[in-house]
Design a protein around this ligand. Structure first.
Ligand SMILES: [Zn+2]
Length: 431
């Protein structure tokens, strides 16, 4: 595969402004209806979004087709996984996470129960859930009677537009005929708030479960209305053995789905877990240590937010297409490299070869090291960053092309690439 040549390296320190994490979540409705509650407890409890496979578009929705670099043959996100969750979407140790119930969801009593269940995580993790009545909140919970239960993972929530929920709690998961089953409520809430602090599904531990896929597809379609793609993602996704809720596979984790024996080839049943397990406790203690300890294994952590429309201009003075991506970025952890890439796609979405040098793709890359504590305000208010694709490289008669912009972080110490965001600018929007 052809490689983009790096045209220039330098992302100066470009002004300031704070930023937080990237990304929204694409939630498919799990197709639950209020008529059949307890059935879900058996196997399927919630849907989450893999923060590593998606990116945010400008309106906060997620479109895998354009934002997943793998879809267009770019190197995939190679960030390794540590302990349990994507380290990039963990909250800072000691973080006070504000939480708000939105849209008048839930009674006072229900809210109190949710709050109590969520707060149990505070006993083990150096985090605080601060339930607020008004104003902005990091985590926005909709208590409702539809939509299944799901949550964005960790600090991902801060990239969700402020007027949108980050967690959906479908009370059918614990109400049956008007009766609230508190153990199911606690299970559901602690699982979802587990996601909210960065935990992923324990059954995604690599090579632990020998799924009988045909049976699972059939059951999940019947009970949850999940199609094959949804099942593949929610149930069959596997992360590396370190990308779990513990350092060892923990079938007792609150983050593990329960399922019947017939779902596995070797007849292993996983009973639903109703409590935060010892493994969960150790894991969150590692990720969010108490007593002022720092989280071990600090990585470069880039938080990209506020990605807005990329402006592209045909600039005769600069003899090229001038591209102005627009976003905020803040960094923590340790030094990493940012790469901002723009390249041409033809009308079919294929990459385009350079007229001047047919060995190269038509594109441009800028990048540079960013130290922790850096705050960038890229093309916000003032124009301070540009990428140029010379006209001389653009083939003649290229109809309806697009510019694809991809922003990623490179951790050279671990030889990892972390995909941060992307944007696609159609020919018609080029000025
Ligand atoms: Zn879940």
């Amino acid at each position: 595969m052809k490689q983009l040549r790096y045209r220039s390296i330098a992302v100066g320190s470009l002004m300031t402004l704070s930023a937080i994490a990237l990304n929204a979540h694409a939630q498919k409705s799990s197709g639950t209806s209020s008529g059949k509650p307890l059935k879900y407890f058996q196997g399927l409890s919630c849907s989450t979004v893999d923060p590593r496979s998606i990116g945010m578009s400008k309106d906060g929705t997620v479109t895998n087709a354009i934002s997943d670099p793998r879809a267009i043959g770019l190197p995939k996100d190679t960030s390794k996984t540590r302990a349990l969750a994507d380290d990039y979407f963990l909250w800072d140790v000691g973080k006070v996470i504000s939480v708000k119930f939105i849209d008048n969801g839930g009674s006072y009593t229900l809210r109190q129960k949710v709050k109590a269940a969520a707060k149990e995580w505070e006993r083990y993790a150096n985090l605080t859930f601060d339930f607020v009545e008004s104003g902005d909140a990091n985590v926005r919970v909709l208590l409702t009677d539809k939509g299944g239960c799901n949550s964005v993972v960790g600090s991902y929530a801060t990239g969700v537009p402020a007027d949108k929920k980050t967690m959906n709690i479908d009370t059918n998961f614990f109400y049956l005929k008007g009766v609230c089953y508190d153990n199911y409520l606690r299970q559901t809430i602690q699982h979802e708030f587990g996601h909210a602090i960065g935990l992923l599904h324990e059954h995604s531990y690599k090579n632990k479960i020998q799924w009988n896929k045909e049976v699972v597809y059939k059951d999940a379609l019947e009970t949850n209305g999940w199609d094959k793609t949804m099942v593949d993602f929610q149930i069959f996704t596997q992360y590396s053995s370190l990308y779990t809720n513990g350092f060892m596979y923990d079938p007792k984790s609150i983050m593990h789905y329960g399922f019947p024996a017939k779902w596995t080839m070797n007849n292993i049943e996983i009973k639903p877990n109703f409590y935060i397990s010892q493994g969960d406790i150790e894991t969150v203690g590692f990720l969010y240590p108490k007593n002022g300890a720092a989280r071990p294994d600090m990585l470069p952590k880039f938080n990209l937010s506020n990605l807005t429309t990329t402006k592209v201009v045909k600039d005769n003075a600069k003899k090229g297409l001038v591209i102005y991506p627009s976003f905020n970025l803040s960094t923590s952890g340790r030094t990493g490299k940012i790469l901002i890439i723009a390249y041409l796609l033809d009308s079919k979405g294929g990459t385009v070869l350079s007229k001047a040098n047919p060995n190269n793709l038509v594109g441009v890359v800028k990048g540079g090291d960013l130290k922790p504590g850096t705050k960038l305000n890229i093309n916000k208010g003032e124009t301070n960053f540009e990428l140029v694709i010379p006209f001389s490289e653009v083939p003649d008669n290229l109809l309806n092309y697009k510019i694809f912009v991809s922003i990623k972080m490179i951790d050279e110490v671990n030889d990892e690439t972390k995909y941060l965001a992307s944007d696609e600018i159609p020919y018609s929007a080029i000025k």
